[in-house]
Design a protein around this ligand. Structure first.
Ligand code: OAD
Ligand code: ZN
Length: 241
C-alpha cells in the first residue's frame, strides 16, 4: 500500500513542471528541534500561544527573550537532516520550484536551498521596536535584552507572532506559488496556523496534486491526493531517491 503510494508520487513528480514545498516544524523534529504542538512542544509550563505574541513580550519581555534564547541554543546545535537535503535535491531537479517554510531555524539555508521564503521570520535576527533596524543576532545567553546598536531602542525577535501579519511580499509570493504550482508537497505541519494552513487549499482549488507527509493525519491529509504517513527524514529521501 505505502509502496504503491510512493510510486504514484514519484510518477506524478516526473510529469510535473512546478513544484512547491510547504514545510513546518515536523521537518526539523529529526534534527532535534522540538515542534510546537505535541508532547515535546512545551517549554516550562508555557504553550507557544502564550509566549509567541506581542502582548506576552510587552508584559514580560525577559521571559519571552529567555524562551527565544533557549530555542536558539537548541537550534545552534542542530544540523539539517535528510529531509532538508531531499528538498535541496528537489530544488535542483525542478526549474520552477519554491519552498515556503514556517520554520525560523534557518536549516533550509544551511542545507543549500536558495528559492525559499521564511514566512514566520528568522530566529537569528532581531529587530528594533523603535527604528525597525534588523540585525543578525546569534547570541544565545542574553541575560538581559541588549539595546539596538543604532538608537538604543528595545530589540525583539524578528519573527511573526500570533496576531501579526506575514510580511506582504512573502505572503504574496506564497499564495502565487500555491495557486500556480502543479504539485505541492506539504511536510511536517499541523495545518492549524493561518494563513499558512490555507496554502494547500489554494493549491488544491487550482488543481494541483497535493501530497502530505506527516507522522499523523492532519486537516491537510484529508484534502491531499496522497498522504504519506511517516517521518519526513525517511519519506522525502524516498521520494527523490
Ligand atoms: P506544529 O508543531 O504545529 O506541528 C508539527 C507537525 O509535524 C505535526 O503535525 C506533527 O505530527 C508533525 N511531525 C512531527 N514530527 C514529524 C516528523 N519527524 N516527520 C513528519 N512530521 C512530523 O508545527 P507547525 O505546523 O510548523 O508559528 O506550526 C505552525 C506554526 O505554529 C509555527 O511556525 C509557529 C507555531 O506557533 C509561529 O511562531 C508564528
Ligand atoms: Zn533602533
Amino acid at each position: 500500500m505505502e509502496r504503491d503510494k510512493l510510486e504514484k508520487v514519484r510518477e506524478v513528480l516526473k510529469g510535473a513542471k512546478y513544484l512547491v514545498v510547504l514545510a513546518g516544524a515536523g521537518l526539523s523534529q529529526e534534527s532535534g528541534i522540538p515542534t510546537f504542538r505535541g508532547a515535546d512542544g512545551l517549554w516550562k509550563q508555557f504553550r507557544p500561544e502564550e509566549l509567541a505574541t506581542f502582548d506576552a513580550f510587552r508584559k514580560n519581555p525577559d521571559l519571552v527573550w529567555e524562551w527565544y534564547c533557549w530555542r536558539r541554543s537548541i537550534i545552534a546545535r542542530a544540523e539539517p537532516n535528510p529531509g532538508h537535503y531531499a528538498i535541496v535535491e528537489m530544488e535542483k531537479r525542478f526549474e520552477q520550484f519554491f519552498l515556503i517554510t514556517q520554520n525560523v531555524d534557518g536549516l533550509h539555508r544551511r542545507a543549500g536551498n536558495k528559492k525559499f521564503v521564511e514566512i514566520h521570520g528568522c530566529i537569528w535576527e532581531s529587530r528594533c521596536l523603535n527604528c525597525h533596524n534588523v540585525i543578525e543576532d546569534h547570541e544565545i545567553d542574553h541575560r538581559k535584552i541588549p539595546p539596538c546598536r543604532k538608537c538604543g531602542g528595545r530589540l525583539r525577535p524578528n519573527v511573526v507572532w500570533f496576531g501579526e501579519a506575514i510580511p506582504d511580499m512573502s505572503l504574496r509570493k506564497s499564495i502565487y506559488s500555491a495557486q500556480n504550482c502543479d504539485v505541492m508537497i506539504v511536510v511536517g505541519t499541523s495545518g492549524y496556523v493561518q494563513p499558512a494552513a490555507s496554502l494547500p487549499f489554494h493549491a488544491k482549488q487550482n488543481n494541483a496534486f497535493v501530497i502530505d507527509v506527516n507522522v499523523e493525519a492532519t486537516p491537510v491529509s484529508e484534502i491531499a491526493d496522497v498522504f504519506l504517513q511517516g517521518k519526513a527524514g525517511e519519506i522525502l529521501p524516498a521520494i527523490v531517491g
